[in-house]
Write a protein that binds this ligand. Structure first.
Ligand SMILES: *Cc1c(COP(=O)(O)O)cnc(C)c1O
Length: 361
């Protein structure tokens, strides 16, 4: 179970009324809480010194390897207010495991799963008052960075682990029913043998130019294709994608090393199988997607991830084309899966897999 994590309280935490104002319209990734979890790694002591401390800047030497060679991994998970007045974390053990795998890919010493879990549980408990009721949640952002001051190229010997938190509302502002995608053929996100299946900042850095291009084209998000043939749909910069065919089949690209193994993706595949849907982890060529959307053979498409949960994809733009998906309207399968998933996350539906971990008691 959870170890006792030392807590050093913030001397002047956000006042109750100020917090209430911040939580009214928190946006995404702005309304930060007062504390953070912190631990260190050294070759002699391994990972050690986990504590909850006031949220404050991290002092690093300008030669710290993270600034130069980008040894960094992170996670994202949410704490939800449950309908019975308690609060819960959604599948934190899956995030702990994934961060181990990401760290291994970046030649970093993995944060032990138990330490990761102690950190997120302790921080969420200390920041209990920042977990909103209603549609919002408390987003937890664990991360690890190389801190050794050394410019030689090899894995660093010193690291910091931290968890920060922010109250979040909806990821896509303005309550739009769905998003439009720009299918970039110029840029790729991940190549075979690369870091596509690791959750690391470097993957995001390489996606930003495509994302900027998407916005310039009037779209919400960039869609990445496979780096070899530039044909098959992979994912967005921070979300997986799923398709619902008119015959009811649910399809998502397979995890072949270039796609981030989303926990939302995994949860939805499980729920869909339980609902009796025919589920396939199969490549889908962009050309087929566009043709199927036009002919009606494809009924729905949606993006999924912790931040945005399930978001219908209503339009796809390419250099040559612009196609509506599902007639440009959100579909029933995405809505039903979203309802089922949030029912479990909010503790108002049966949870046969034990995905929702209660925070208090
Ligand atoms: C985090 C992330 C996802 C979604 O993963 P979840 O565990 O569902 O939040 C998908 N794609 C990328 C590239 C990501 O970084």
């Amino acid at each position: 179970m959870t170890a006792q994590v030392p807590v050093r309280r913030h001397p002047s935490p956000t006042a109750t009324d100020q917090r209430a104002t911040l939580m009214t319209d928190p946006g995404f990734g702005q309304a930060f809480t007062d504390h953070m979890a912190s631990a260190r790694y050294s070759p002699e002591e391994g990972w050690h010194g986990l504590e909850i401390v006031p949220r404050e800047p991290i002092l690093l030497d300008p030669a710290a390897s993270v600034f130069h060679y980008a040894q960094e991994v992170f996670e994202g998970l949410k704490a939800y207010a449950l309908d019975d007045g308690t609060a819960g974390l959604f599948r934190p053990d899956a995030n702990a495991r994934r961060m181990v795998r990401s760290a291994e890919r970046l030649a970093m010493p993995p944060v032990p799963e138990a330490l990761f879990l102690d950190a997120v549980r302790a921080l969420a408990a200390v920041e209990r008052d920042w977990i909103p009721t209603g549609e919002g949640s408390l987003y937890l952002r664990p991360f690890a960075v190389a801190t050794e001051a050394f410019l030689g190229v090899r894995p660093a010997q010193a690291y910091r682990f931290g968890v920060i938190a922010c109250t979040v509302g909806s990821y896509f502002r303005g309550g739009k029913p769905g998003i439009s995608l720009w299918a970039t053929t110029q840029y790729t996100r991940a190549a075979p043998g690369g870091t596509g299946e690791a959750k690391c900042g470097g993957n995001y850095a390489t996606s930003l130019l495509a994302q900027r291009e998407a916005v310039a084209k009037g779209c919400d998000q960039a869609l990445f294709l496979d780096a070899v043939q530039r044909r098959f749909v992979e994912e967005l910069s921070g979300m997986n994608v799923m398709f619902v065919h008119a015959d009811g089949r649910l399809r998502t690209p397979p995890l072949t090393g270039t796609i981030l193994p989303g926990i939302t993706r995994d949860s939805l595949l499980t729920l869909a199988r339980e609902e009796g849907l025919d589920v396939a982890e199969e490549p889908y060529a962009l050309g087929d997607w566009l043709a199927d959307a036009r002919s009606g053979a494809l009924a729905e498409a949606f993006a999924c991830g912790t931040a945005a949960v399930i978001t219908p994809i209503l339009e796809v733009h390419t250099e040559a084309d612009r196609v509506l998906v599902g007639g440009g309207k959100p579909g029933p399968v995405a809505a039903r899966l979203r309802e089922r998933l949030s029912g479990i996350q909010r503790g108002r539906a049966p949870d046969p897999h034990g995905w929702c971990e209660r925070l208090d008691g």
